[in-house]
Design a protein around this ligand. Sequence first.
Ligand code: PEP
Length: 247
Amino acid sequence: MAAPTPLIAGNWKMNGLRASLAEARAIANGAAGSRARVAICPPNLLIHQMCEMLSGTEVLVGGQDAHWEMSGAFTGDVSAQMLADAGAKLVILGHSERRTGYRETDEIVARKTQAALAAGLEPIVCVGETLEERKAGHALAVVTGQVRGSLPADLAGKAFSVAYEPVWAIGTGLTPTTSEIEEMHRAIRATLSEMFGAASAAAPILYGGSVKPSNAREILHAAEVGGALVGGASLKAEDFLAIVRAV
Ligand code: PEP
């Protein structure tokens, strides 16, 4: 089975006003002809305009979260169907900032993933251990447990990716060693294969957590690393493009 096409996705989190659309335009210009698929996940209010602006380019637009229901009495929430209607093609689900800040469990992430698939979105499902879990020697068990609990059976044969993001590496400047990343990515690959069979080899396993131009090449060329989910360094076109070019 051929290696999955790499995906480099930028997670803008709660950053970006309409003026930031210029950065997305610069990313699209610089990413043309790239070896990787490139996506930007801006705040919801920018999605529609960004989709219109980037239509005809190779850069995809994604959401950062979506509700498990398609509509209803959920004040302040956004559904997968709404994201798709605005032009999004992907959605990040189960980011640690949502698991921690909004108490999202594996079960909730799995329901959200089902909703994303039903709306025709490609899910990027995030998993990752805390520093305490790593220090206690539980990282592999925690992360493979999250993969089993957060990825619904409906993903079989569908386009999706898993993002391994150690919680302690997000926004901290810290990163695991290359061999720690490879060990975890191999364990995730084996779990996907048990759950979904050989077809799951097409799903890239992204690494996320303090990826920047200076460490991107080493991380992106590690075994079983099929791309990156990039937070802080995705906000500046120059930095994000340097990561895209490191694939
Ligand atoms: C993220 O939030 O998904 C992330 C990886 O952030 P950063 O790159 O800033 O660590």
